[in-house]
Design a protein around this ligand. Structure first.
Ligand code: KIV
Length: 274
C-alpha cells in the first residue's frame, strides 16, 4: 500500500458554490514558504500584483511584469497543495486585445500551474474575460478601486460613497459575471453598494475594504501579519511580526558581536572533558 497522501485542490466550481453559503477565505501569497503555512486555512491564495509594492518596494503595481508574476506564481504553487491559486495579470499584459490577454494568461497558467488569473476592470474588460473563459482559463474579476488605474484616477479612493456612482459600478459587476468570471474582487467600496452588488450577481464577491456584506474577504498577508508600517485602516492585524522580527535580529546581532554563536555547537560538537 502506498504511503502517498493524495490531496485535492479546491476547484473553480467549489468556489462558485460558496455563493450564499460559507464565506470564501482569501489571502495574498507570494512565496513557497508562506504558501505552506496558509494552505490548510484558506480557500484561495492570490498571487497579487501588490507583490510589486510589498516585496519589491515599488511605488505602485504598474512596474510589475509578467515575468515577476510567473516567478512568484511558481513559488506559491510549490507550497500550495490544496488551495486554489489565482495569479494577477499585471498592467500591460491584457488590455491591448483579448488575443494578447489569452497569450499572456496561457503563459501564466502553463508556466506556474495555477488554476486561474485575475484582471482589473468591469465592462471595459468583459469581452476579454469571456474570451479567456471560453478558451479554458478561469478568471476572477476585480472592480471598484482598481490599483492599476491609479494614474487615471489620480490616487486611491473608496468608490460608491455617492449614489450617483452606483449604476456604473453595478454595470461593471454584471458585465464581469455575465462574461463568465467565477468570482469578483470588490476593492475599496462603500458597504451599501457592496451589499447591492453581492445580492445582484450570481458569483461570489470577495471584498477588500468593502465590508462584511461580501461573500468573502481577501487581505494582503503582510498587512494582517503586522509587517506593513502603514496598513490600510480596514485591516485587523492578527499578529505583530515587525517588532518580533526586529527584536530577534537585535538579539542575533548582539550574540554575534559578543562572539556567541549559539547553535554552532550542534555542527561541531565539543568533546565533553570528564
Ligand atoms: O494585488 C493584490 O494583492 C490584489 C488584492 C489586493 C485584491 O489585487
Amino acid at each position: 500500500m502506498s504511503a502517498h497522501v493524495q490531496t485535492h485542490r479546491i476547484t473553480v466550481p467549489q468556489i462558485r458554490a460558496h455563493k450564499n453559503g460559507k464565506p470564501v477565505v482569501v489571502l495574498t501569497c507570494y512565496h513557497a514558504h508562506t504558501a505552506r503555512l496558509l494552505d490548510e486555512h484558506v480557500d484561495i491564495m492570490l498571487v497579487g500584483d501588490s507583490l510589486g509594492m510589498v516585496i519589491h518596494g515599488l511605488e505602485s503595481t504598474l512596474g510589475v511584469t509578467l515575468e515577476m508574476m510567473i516567478l512568484h506564481g511558481r513559488a506559491v504553487m510549490r507550497g500550495a497543495q490544496k488551495a486554489l491559486v489565482v495569479v494577477d495579470m499585471p498592467f500591460g499584459s491584457y488590455e491591448e486585445s483579448p488575443e494578447v490577454a489569452f497569450r499572456n494568461a496561457a503563459r501564466v497558467i502553463q508556466e506556474t500551474g495555477a488554476t486561474a488569473v485575475k484582471l482589473e476592470g468591469g465592462t471595459r474588460v468583459a469581452a476579454t474575460i469571456a474570451y479567456l473563459v471560453q478558451r479554458g482559463i478561469p478568471v476572477m474579476g476585480h472592480i471598484g478601486l482598481t490599483p492599476q488605474g491609479v494614474n487615471v484616477a489620480g490616487g486611491f479612493r473608496t468608490v460608491g460613497r455617492a449614489e450617483a456612482e452606483w449604476p456604473a459600478i453595478e454595470a461593471d459587476a454584471a458585465a464581469v459575471a455575465e462574461a463568465g468570471a467565477f468570482a469578483v474582487v470588490l476593492e475599496g467600496m462603500a458597504e451599501p453598494l457592496a451589499a447591492r452588488i453581492t445580492a445582484q450577481i450570481p458569483i461570489p464577491t470577495i471584498g477588500i475594504g468593502a465590508s462584511p456584506a461580501c461573500d468573502g474577504q481577501v487581505l494582503v498577508l503582510e498587512d494582517m501579519l503586522g509587517l506593513n508600517p502603514n496598513p490600510p485602516k480596514f485591516v485587523r492585524q492578527y499578529a505583530h511580526l515587525a517588532p518580533a522580527i526586529e527584536s530577534a535580529v537585535r538579539d542575533y546581532a548582539q550574540d554575534v558581536r559578543e562572539r556567541r554563536f549559539p547553535g554552532a555547537e550542534n555542527v561541531y560538537p565539543m568533546k565533553k572533558v570528564p
